[in-house]
Design a binder for this molecule. Sequence first.
Ligand code: ZN
Length: 90
Amino acid sequence: MDMKLLSGMGYMPSPIPGMYKKHSLTWEKLQSSDKLEQQELILDLLMKTINSRKRQYRKCQFCGEKVAVEHRFDMNTCHGCASKHFGVVY
Ligand SMILES: [Zn+2]
Protein backbone atom coordinates (compact mmCIF):
# COMPACT_ATOMS: atom_id res chain seq x y z
CA MET A 1 0.00 0.00 0.00
CA ASP A 2 1.75 3.19 -1.10
CA MET A 3 0.56 6.78 -0.88
CA LYS A 4 -0.15 7.00 -4.60
CA LEU A 5 -2.60 4.16 -4.31
CA LEU A 6 -4.16 5.72 -1.22
CA SER A 7 -4.85 9.03 -2.90
CA GLY A 8 -6.00 7.25 -6.04
CA MET A 9 -8.62 5.46 -4.03
CA GLY A 10 -9.88 8.72 -2.55
CA TYR A 11 -10.97 6.70 0.49
CA MET A 12 -13.54 4.89 -1.61
CA PRO A 13 -13.72 1.11 -1.74
CA SER A 14 -11.43 -0.52 -4.21
CA PRO A 15 -11.55 -4.24 -5.05
CA ILE A 16 -8.03 -5.16 -4.06
CA PRO A 17 -7.95 -8.95 -3.75
CA GLY A 18 -7.38 -10.14 -0.21
CA MET A 19 -7.38 -6.67 1.29
CA TYR A 20 -10.87 -6.76 2.74
CA LYS A 21 -10.81 -10.43 3.50
CA LYS A 22 -7.73 -10.00 5.65
CA HIS A 23 -9.42 -7.51 7.93
CA SER A 24 -12.90 -8.99 7.64
CA LEU A 25 -14.38 -5.95 5.94
CA THR A 26 -16.70 -7.04 3.15
CA TRP A 27 -18.19 -5.23 0.23
CA GLU A 28 -21.65 -6.17 1.51
CA LYS A 29 -20.90 -4.53 4.83
CA LEU A 30 -19.78 -1.38 3.06
CA GLN A 31 -22.86 -1.29 0.85
CA SER A 32 -25.17 -1.52 3.82
CA SER A 33 -23.40 1.25 5.70
CA ASP A 34 -24.13 4.94 5.32
CA LYS A 35 -21.55 7.34 3.90
CA LEU A 36 -19.98 8.38 7.19
CA GLU A 37 -19.82 4.82 8.41
CA GLN A 38 -18.19 3.79 5.16
CA GLN A 39 -15.48 6.39 5.57
CA GLU A 40 -14.77 5.24 9.09
CA LEU A 41 -14.59 1.62 8.02
CA ILE A 42 -12.21 2.43 5.18
CA LEU A 43 -10.01 4.68 7.28
CA ASP A 44 -9.84 2.04 9.96
CA LEU A 45 -8.91 -0.56 7.37
CA LEU A 46 -6.26 1.68 5.85
CA MET A 47 -4.69 2.36 9.22
CA LYS A 48 -4.60 -1.35 10.00
CA THR A 49 -3.05 -2.07 6.64
CA ILE A 50 -0.45 0.67 7.01
CA ASN A 51 0.40 -0.31 10.56
CA SER A 52 0.79 -3.96 9.71
CA ARG A 53 3.09 -3.08 6.79
CA LYS A 54 5.22 -0.99 9.14
CA ARG A 55 5.51 -3.86 11.57
CA GLN A 56 6.48 -6.35 8.90
CA TYR A 57 9.44 -4.42 7.51
CA ARG A 58 12.53 -3.56 9.50
CA LYS A 59 15.97 -2.36 8.68
CA CYS A 60 18.72 -4.92 9.00
CA GLN A 61 21.26 -3.71 11.53
CA PHE A 62 24.20 -4.78 9.33
CA CYS A 63 23.35 -4.03 5.70
CA GLY A 64 20.55 -1.51 6.31
CA GLU A 65 18.23 -3.29 3.87
CA LYS A 66 14.53 -3.28 4.64
CA VAL A 67 13.68 -6.89 5.27
CA ALA A 68 10.28 -8.52 5.36
CA VAL A 69 9.48 -10.58 8.43
CA GLU A 70 9.82 -13.90 6.60
CA HIS A 71 13.34 -13.01 5.47
CA ARG A 72 14.70 -12.05 8.83
CA PHE A 73 16.90 -14.02 11.16
CA ASP A 74 15.76 -11.91 14.12
CA MET A 75 14.17 -8.51 14.69
CA ASN A 76 17.09 -6.57 13.23
CA THR A 77 19.02 -9.04 11.11
CA CYS A 78 18.41 -10.42 7.62
CA HIS A 79 19.27 -13.99 6.68
CA GLY A 80 22.32 -12.98 4.64
CA CYS A 81 23.88 -11.03 7.49
CA ALA A 82 23.00 -13.72 9.99
CA SER A 83 25.13 -16.10 7.93
CA LYS A 84 27.93 -13.56 7.61
CA HIS A 85 28.01 -12.25 11.17
CA PHE A 86 26.61 -15.07 13.26
CA GLY A 87 27.75 -18.03 11.19
CA VAL A 88 24.19 -19.23 10.70
CA VAL A 89 23.94 -21.75 7.86
CA TYR A 90 20.66 -22.25 6.00
ZN1 ZN B 1 21.46 -7.63 6.31
